[in-house]
Design a protein around this ligand. Structure first.
Ligand SMILES: [Fe+2]
Ligand SMILES: [Fe+2]
Length: 283
């Protein structure tokens, strides 16, 4: 099974049986590349995809975005959140949609609650620790998508995921290490290859690829990868964690220490996280 990576690359190259990025996102990307595009034009593209419009409004109304007023229309969401934020959210929501069919494996509610938690925590950490050069909407998107490889494994390679879970349990190892032992790759690499094939921004692809190993990220994106890594560990200390990722609160505190954020109020962040993730997940 160790050559699963080669097999996956092959499947990706052929484009067989794997989800594709919805047309509405390609249209949105093209429209937003035009610097003179109007909010009305963007809203009309999003409104042609009602599930996406509904999810966008739900997110805009969640505590994670705290718009200060009820957002009932896509046009208003665009005005309040801005084009860049809306583009990032729509891409993330489209990815959610591409994996919307359910199996009994991963519990999707907790999966997206975890993803929303990591997204929120990464953005708040960046704000509080002064990482002003990293676009916050990119971090949020990276957080929402960091474990997309798990969804891909769950829905397209369930036996491999189940075998990896068994090894993780038997060896008391994190899932990604068990995947590496068994498959010669892990859900971070698999997810990043899929997003790369969809031409998502390199920053996002790096955040997904390096969320277990930020030291290996390209220098340009390393800080963002550390923030996702830290956010993930913080989320491991409370409800929106994926038990299979085996993260602990003690590690959350130690990683913040490593990032010289020892004074950071972990408890306040954990409380905010609880509220934010409850309201926006599953997105
Ligand atoms: Fe995760
Ligand atoms: Fe992960």
């Amino acid at each position: 099974m160790a050559n699963f990576l080669a097999e996956f690359r092959d499947i990706l190259a052929k484009g067989d049986d794997l989800p594709t990025l919805p047309g509405v996102v390609r249209e949105l990307q093209a429209a937003l590349d035009d610097e003179f595009v109007s909010g009305g034009r963007i809203a009309s593209i999003i409104n042609r995809d009602p599930p996406m419009a509904t999810r966008l409004l739900r997110l805009a109304n969640s505590a994670a975005f705290n718009c200060g007023t009820a957002v009932g229309e896509v046009n208003t969401a665009i005005q309040l959140l801005g084009f860049r934020q809306v583009r990032a959210l729509c891409i993330a929501l489209a990815v959610v949609n591409a994996f919307s069919h359910r199996r009994d494996g991963l519990i999707h509610g907790s999966f997206w609650q975890h993803s929303a938690g990591v997204a929120f925590a990464a953005r708040e950490l960046a704000r509080c620790l002064g990482y002003s050069e990293i676009p916050l909407e990119q971090l949020y998107m990276g957080g929402l998508l960091h474990d997309v490889g798990l969804l891909l494994m769950d829905q397209h390679f369930p036996t491999r995921l189940e075998d990896s879970l068994d090894v993780a349990q038997a060896c008391d190892e994190p899932l990604w290490r068990a995947e590496s032992i068994l498959l010669g790759t892990d859900h971070a690499e698999i997810g990043s290859l899929l997003l790369g094939s969809w031409s998502l921004p390199p920053a996002i692809v790096s955040m997904v690829a390096s969320h277990h190993n930020p030291r290996l990220a390209p220098e340009k994106y390393r800080d963002a990868c550390w923030l996702i890594f830290a956010a993930e560990i913080i989320c491991g200390g409370l409800a929106p964690s994926l038990p299979i990722e085996r993260l602990t609160r003690a590690r959350a505190v130690s990683i913040l220490d490593t990032m010289r954020a020892a004074d950071y109020d972990v408890d306040a962040l954990l409380m905010e996280l609880g509220v934010a993730t409850e309201e926006c997940a599953p997105v």
